[in-house]
Every structure is written in structure tokens, then in C-alpha cells.
Design a binder for this molecule. Structure first.
Ligand SMILES: [Zn+2]
Ligand SMILES: [Zn+2]
Length: 274
């Protein structure tokens, strides 16, 4: 018998949404979100074995997953999409424009969406929205359930009015803070890569994330998780120091997601309104 009894997080009487960042960064991304009845992964960019191991490390049963959502076709977001879909018989939700671009082999089921159009997965309201990044049709997501709202946006080249509009009024934000501008400029990357990262379709700097958060902060914002940090051109300390300066009008719990360690499960409770 397994040492750890795997179960869904506490049943939905006392929370609307549970969130766990399994991994974040250029070596692999995956985020678990559940309302206690329906559980989804946003991206599956580690090996299937590692994703299942990290879920189990938090007491979550991979067999309770109901779907995988894909933000864009880069390998750090899709590595295990095919394997997990086949093993666990999961539908894969992705933009209809990248159906042929994601290398995942035959999957259990494909369900396509259009960015900008909200759809339901049971009680979860999923809203994919377009972001600026060097992929075919990259999206961020908001996930809503019973008045609670989560925003997920990593792999962002630039902050647009469209991005800000979509991330307003979230209770939990998972946002990119990819690089410290000076570390990137003075760092070891070749020039073409530095240019790509800083371009409008690359990744957000700590300074850009800070300015974005200054505009998004509101009293209902309870948690902010900074994500997709560069291993070479950033440190969690730099992110926390810079971004915390932005949060002058509210005091959410601020965390940095790790590439190598599974984050804790965060619960959004009932009755909290923006
Ligand atoms: Zn990525
Ligand atoms: Zn990407």
C-alpha cells in the first residue's frame, strides 16, 4: 500500500479553487488547478513521470485529472501532453491554430478553443486570451469558479492593454518575471538570444512585471506567484525585491515558483469578491 494516501484536496465546501505550480521555467512548466471536483493541468512540460511524482508529493492523485490545457506549442509546455493524455485518458484543450503544431502523437481527445472565447470544463470557466510571444497562437488563461478567479500569464514578450484587461480582478496571479535586465545584458547569452528575450515576443523582465503588477493590484488580490524565471539571468531574491515594491495598495502573499521544487497548494476560499 502506498505510504501517502492520495486524494483530492479538501472537498469543495471550504474553497473555490486549489492551485499548485508543479514547475515553472524554461526546462518545464505545469500548473495544477482544481475546484475539488474537476482538476486540470495548464501545460505539461516536464516528463509524465515527473509530473505524476510532483502531484503525488502534494497528495494529489494524477488519476483525478480531468483535462490538460495547452498555452502554446513550445516544448517546455507540452513535453508530456501526449503521454499523459494517453495514459490517463485526458482531453487536450488547445487553440485550433496549433492543433497540428504540438508534437504529442495521437491523444485521447482534442478539444480546440478560440482565444477570446470562454468555455466551461464542468464548473470551471476557462478564458484563454492572446499574448505576445514567439509562438503560433500563444494564450494566457483565467480560470473562474464561484466568484474566485485565477490569472495565468507566462511567456510574455510585452505588456499590452489586452493583457491587463484580461488579468484584472484576479484573486491569484501567476505572472512571468523572466530576467533581470542587467543580468541579461551582462550575462553569457549570445547577442541574438538576448535580443530575442527582450523583444516584444520574448519574455518579461522583472521591471516590466513590476509595472504590470502596479496596475493590476487591488484589494481582492490575495496571492501572487512570480514564474518562468531564467536560471541564468535572474534570481528569486532579485524578483522579490523588485516586485514587492509594486504592491503598495494591497498585501498579497508573494512567492516565486521554482523549476525544481513543487510549490505548495494554495486555496482560494468562498465568498471573496474583487
Ligand atoms: Zn516557456
Ligand atoms: Zn514559450
Amino acid at each position: 500500500m502506498a505510504k501517502l494516501e492520495l486524494q483530492r484536496p479538501r472537498q469543495c465546501a471550504d474553497y473555490n479553487l486549489a492551485v499548485c505550480v508543479l514547475a515553472s521555467g524554461s526546462k518545464g512548466n505545469a500548473i495544477y488547478i482544481s475546484d475539488g471536483l474537476t482538476a486540470i493541468l495548464i501545460d505539461a512540460g516536464l516528463s509524465a513521470t515527473e509530473i505524476k511524482r510532483r502531484l503525488k508529493s502534494r497528495g494529489l492523485n494524477p488519476k483525478d485529472l480531468n483535462a490538460i490545457l495547452v498555452s502554446h506549442e513550445h516544448s517546455d509546455h507540452v513535453q508530456a501532453v501526449g503521454v499523459l493524455s494517453r495514459q490517463l485518458k485526458l482531453p487536450v484543450y488547445l487553440s485550433r491554430n496549433i492543433e497540428k503544431k504540438v508534437s504529442m502523437g495521437s491523444v485521447h481527445e482534442i478539444r480546440t478553443f478560440n482565444s477570446g472565447s470562454t468555455f466551461q470544463i464542468e464548473n470551471l470557466a476557462v478564458h484563454p486570451f492572446a499574448v505576445s510571444h514567439d509562438a503560433v497562437d500563444p494564450v494566457g488563461f483565467t480560470i473562474g469558479q464561484n466568484g474566485s478567479r485565477i490569472g495565468v500569464a507566462t511567456d510574455l514578450g510585452t505588456v499590452t492593454p489586452h493583457l491587463k484587461e484580461n488579468l484584472r480582478h484576479c484573486h491569484l496571479l501567476i505572472l512571468e518575471a523572466n530576467h533581470d535586465q542587467e543580468m541579461l545584458i551582462n550575462g553569457p547569452y549570445p547577442w541574438y538570444l538576448k535580443r530575442r528575450i527582450q523583444s516584444h515576443s520574448g519574455h518579461l523582465s522583472n521591471g516590466q512585471s513590476k509595472r504590470l503588477l502596479m496596475e493590476l493590484q487591488h484589494k481582492g488580490l490575495e496571492h501572487v506567484i512570480m514564474a518562468h524565471l531564467s536560471q541564468t539571468n535572474n534570481t528569486p531574491q532579485k524578483v522579490l525585491a523588485e516586485v514587492s515594491e509594486a504592491l503598495t495598495r494591497c498585501k498579497p502573499r508573494l512567492k516565486v515558483a521554482s523549476q525544481y521544487r513543487c510549490g505548495e497548494i494554495i486555496y482560494l476560499k468562498n465568498g471573496i469578491k474583487p
